[in-house]
Design a protein. Structure first.
Length: 260
């Protein structure tokens, strides 16, 4: 299934339950213009509509990647120069984090400024060896927006986040992995296969449990929510997927999860 957009490629593989959004402005290193911000938001809304129309969970995982030599090089600075009023400057960063299912960032090439902020709002980040990361906003006389500094602090710690924010320095993929900005690093030739293997593994799991696990991990950013954790566990014990998982284990067969 495909939808037509101007600045992104949107697709959904119904057989796998996997959606994909490819940022498709390669000539500008996939910079976040007003149009691409709007279409990213609309792309995630399409996945939400698929879930709402399904009997259970339709979208088991979403992959976000970039065309050409960049994941995303940040905001489209030409809009600043032209004095264009920015549209959806922060909502685009919330799109992956607000989506209920897991979102995997497949990062190949530049991942800078708003591109890094966007990636940090994804649940899992895999990168190629040639990728570069950084927050160059300070050189424009502004800080990173869209919750980027908070997300970076939660990922790398306050000291490291401050250094990256105030120096604008770039780090390579190996250092990004050491810092925890990305989870794993692959060669450019093997990155896509590694992402496919990961999302297929995620898609094979009970989708309600997957989504609940994401919520619990995110909730721990502010305080240890033991009550929330217990409530989620009890809720899922009443689900069809839980009963199916237990039955399949007892019957020594592969489970069939429906997201109910």
């Amino acid at each position: 299934m495909r939808q037509e957009f101007e600045t992104i490629q949107w697709s959904f593989d119904e057989s796998r339950g996997v959606g994909r959004i490819v940022l498709d402005r390669p000539d500008s290193l996939n910079a976040l213009s007003g149009t691409i911000r709007r279409e990213i938001i609309e792309g995630f809304a399409e996945f939400e509509r698929l879930d709402e129309a399904a009997d259970g969970v339709a979208v088991r995982a979403v992959v976000v990647s970039g065309a050409g030599d960049a994941f995303c090089a940040g905001a489209d600075v030409t809009e600043f120069a032209e004095g264009t009023e920015l549209t959806h400057p922060e909502l685009v960063y919330e799109a992956p984090s607000e989506f209920a299912g897991p979102v995997v960032a497949e990062i190949d090439g530049y991942c800078l400024g708003g591109g890094l902020v966007f990636a940090l709002h994804c649940d899992i980040r895999l990168a190629s060896e040639r990728s570069e990361f950084g927050l160059p906003e300070v050189d424009l006389g502004i800080p990173a927006i869209g919750g980027g500094l908070g997300a970076l602090r939660a990922t790398v710690g306050p000291g490291r986040a401050k250094r990256l924010a105030v120096t604008g320095e770039r780090v390579d993929a190996e250092q990004a992995a050491t810092d925890g900005i990305v989870d794993e690093v692959y060669s450019r030739e093997t990155l896509s296969a590694a992402v496919d293997e990961l999302v297929d593994t995620i898609a094979s799991k009970p989708p309600l449990a997957v989504r609940s696990s994401l919520d619990i991990v995110d909730a721990y950013r502010s305080a240890p929510p033991e009550q929330f954790e217990r409530r989620e566990s009890q809720r899922l014990r009443e689900s069809e997927d839980y009963r199916e998982a237990v039955a399949a284990f007892r019957e020594d067969r592969e489970p069939e999860f429906t997201g109910q």
